[in-house]
Design a protein around this ligand. Structure first.
Ligand SMILES: Cc1cc2nc3c(=O)[nH]c(=O)nc-3n(C[C@H](O)[C@H](O)[C@H](O)COP(=O)(O)O)c2cc1C
Length: 149
C-alpha cells in the first residue's frame, strides 16, 4: 500500500488543520498516511514512506520556525519526493513574506509542486484550495512512480 508521511509544525492549530484536510483527502484516494507533529516524539525516517509532505507556518518576517529547521537537520538528507504546504498571514509583510517558510522549504527540497499557501485557517472558502493541491500532489507522485516502473 502506498504510504505518505505528513510532518507538520503548528503553533496555534492552523497548519494542523491543513495537515488533517490533506490527510483526509489522501485517505479518500486510498493512500495510507502517518501524521507527525514536528517537535513531538522521535523524528520519523521519511525514507520509510513513498513521499513526505511537510507543513509549516511562517514566523517573524518570513522565518522558518526553529523546530522545522531542527527537523530538517535531524533527517540529515533530502528525501524525494517532498511536497510542502504552509499557513501564514498576509498582514505580516504582505505577499513577499506570506508563507515564506513554505516557499523556502519548497526550494530547498526542489519539490516538483508549488507550495500550498493558506491564509490562517483553511476552513471555509480555502478548503477547495487544499483539496485541489492534494490532488495535484497525488497526480505528480503518480507520474513520478510511472516513470520509475
Ligand atoms: C509573531 C508572528 C510573526 C508572523 N510572521 C509571519 C510572516 O512573516 N509571514 C506569514 O505569512 N505569516 C506570519 N505569521 C502568521 C502565522 O504564520 C499564521 O498565523 C499561521 O497560520 C500560524 O500557524 P499555526 O496556527 O499552525 O501555528 C506570523 C505570526 C506571528 C504571531
Amino acid at each position: 500500500m502506498v504510504s505518505f508521511l505528513i510532518a507538520y509544525a503548528s503553533w496555534s492549530g492552523n497548519t494542523e488543520e491543513v495537515a488533517e484536510m490533506v490527510r483526509d483527502e489522501l485517505n479518500r484516494t486510498g493512500i495510507e498516511t502517518t501524521m507527525y507533529r514536528i517537535g513531538f516524539g522521535s523524528v520519523p525516517d521519511p525514507g520509510q514512506y513513498d513521499a513526505m509532505l511537510l507543513g509549516s507556518f511562517t514566523w517573524d518576517k518570513g522565518a522558518t520556525p526553529e523546530e522545522v529547521k531542527d527537523f530538517v537537520a535531524a533527517i540529515g538528507y533530502k528525501p524525494e519526493p517532498v511536497y510542502v504546504f504552509g499557513t501564514g498571514d498576509t498582514q505580516f509583510g504582505g505577499d513577499d513574506l506570506f508563507c515564506h517558510a513554505a516557499v523556502k522549504l519548497t526550494r530547498f527540497y526542489a519539490s516538483g509542486c508549488p507550495p500550498l499557501k493558506i491564509e490562517q485557517s483553511p476552513r471555509g472558502i480555502q478548503e477547495m484550495k487544499v483539496i485541489e493541491w492534494t490532488k495535484g500532489v497525488y497526480q505528480h507522485w503518480l507520474h513520478l512512480h510511472e516513470l520509475k516502473c
